[in-house]
Design a binder for this molecule. Structure first.
Ligand SMILES: Cc1ncc(COP(=O)(O)O)c(C=O)c1O
Length: 414
């Protein structure tokens, strides 16, 4: 009998191995760094205090006493885990209350809560789409959207990021495919921090008789007067069939949801594999999420959205004034994500390290997270950063720029 090749052979000698080893040896690896304190505007990382500009804790609610109490009281009432799926034994009154509140707030007939946002996308797309259907999806879509599409075996027709003419071309092709058509876009793209032309997307979707789903992972709890996301900001809630959100960012917890019509949501409850065949979110996560939602869905929430966006504008303006090229969102829409273009992957890593040593933590996005040659430092703010802390971070950017450029060459200019 012939011996098959070792399926683990790919873990040796892959193209990232050499880069990873060199980066670890030089202590410049920007990933897997240890955060030794709660996710706050200033954190303890690897024995040093650093300004946190690399978190999705947009509203700063992870440390809010009411959110912590929400987690604690759920933990004390329901225990540490539910040890089963929502379908069997993992649904508590907490889950039901959260789903009802989410639907009321989002203005949809119903909402379904998953254990993670990734599972929400997998569960919705992998269940609602099938062989014979076509999904027209923005080329910058998150991995969880792509994973759901792959699971569904639907035909995928990607359109170039935010390009309406390319979307229309794919919708024309999709109408000849013969099956149902779903358009998927995001409300706020996490790396470049840009919002899509959602009104145009909704209009084209309707013209071609397709359905529309918007992933609001980074925009829920951030954009729109009620804070429900980009569909609200652009006034296209009624034209959006499904809205996905996660609790792992502005909601300061872990989990995800799909909001939409009662018939679709109910269908997901009995058909979605990533809902039925996985354990329900732990009580503490669900309790924290609902406590965060109560704050978000109140006048205080509106104050937090305003503070968040004012902080983002302060950081973006400050970085631009220092000569960094900040990627601006179309139409000047301010978002909590403030990306600094570096272009070259290695330069991005080295600039990250210089900032880390100067007491600021940011995220590094290199290919494939961004286009080749589009490496960037992804900075993001919280509503709870104060001006002094943002200025402290700007001071670190200012202090590293000249010496960095002297050693490594110019960075893209503002
Ligand atoms: C656009 C988008 N969708 C979905 C997800 C998945 O959410 P979660 O982290 O809750 O699994 C993320 C998170 O990284 C995201 O950025």
């Amino acid at each position: 009998m012939p011996t098959p090749p070792d399926v683990f052979a790919k873990v040796r000698g892959h193209d990232r191995e050499e880069q990873l080893r060199a980066a670890r040896e030089a202590d410049i690896l920007p990933y897997f760094r240890l955060v030794e304190s709660p996710a706050a505007p200033i954190v303890e990382m690897e024995g040093q205090e650093r300004v946190m500009l690399g978190s999705n804790n947009y509203l700063g609610l992870t440390g809010d006493p009411r959110v912590i109490e929400g987690a604690r009281s759920a933990l004390e009432t329901y225990g540490t885990g539910l040890t089963g799926s929502r379908l069997l034994n993992g649904t508590t009154p907490l889950h039901v209350e959260l789903e009802e509140h989410l639907a009321r707030w989002m203005g949809t007939e119903d909402a379904i809560v998953f254990t993670t946002g990734h599972q929400a996308n997998m569960g919705a797309l992998g269940t609602l789409l099938g062989v014979g259907d076509t999904v027209v999806v923005d080329s910058a879509a998150h991995a969880s959207i792509l994973d759901g599409i792959i699971l569904s075996k639907a035909k995928m027709r990607p359109f170039r990021h935010n390009q309406l003419d390319k979307l229309e071309r794919q919708l024309q092709r999709a109408s000849d495919d013969g099956g149902g058509v779903l358009v998927v876009a995001e409300g706020l793209y996490s790396m470049e921090g840009d919002v899509g032309p959602l009104q145009g997307i909704a209009e084209l979707t309707k013209r071609y008789g397709a359905r529309l789903m918007i992933d609001e992972a980074h925009s829920v709890g951030v954009l729109g007067a009620r804070g429900t996301g980009a569909a609200e900001l652009f006034g296209i809630e009624d034209q959006t069939d499904l809205r996905m959100g996660t609790f792992s960012k502005s909601f300061a917890s872990c989990g995800g949801f799909i909001a939409g019509s009662a018939e679709v949501v109910d269908y997901l409850r009995v058909s979605s594999r990533s809902y039925i065949f996985t354990a329900s979110g732990v009580p503490a996560a669900v309790g924290a999420t609902h406590a965060a939602l109560k704050i978000i869905d109140s006048d205080e929430g509106k104050e937090l959205f305003a503070l968040l966006l004012a902080n983002a504008a302060r950081l973006a303006d400050g970085l631009t004034a220092l000569g960094f090229r900040v990627i601006q969102s179309e139409g000047g829409i301010v978002t909590p994500v403030v990306p600094v273009l570096v272009e070259d992957d290695w330069k991005a890593v080295l600039l990250w390290k210089a900032l880390y040593d100067a007491g600021v933590f940011v995220n590094v996005a290199i290919h494939p997270a961004v286009q080749p040659g589009g490496a960037l430092l992804r900075t993001s703010v919280m509503a709870t950063h104060d001006e002094e802390t943002i200025d402290r971070a700007l001071g670190a950017f200012a202090s590293v720029k000249a010496s960095f450029e002297a050693e490594h060459g110019p960075l893209p200019a503002a």
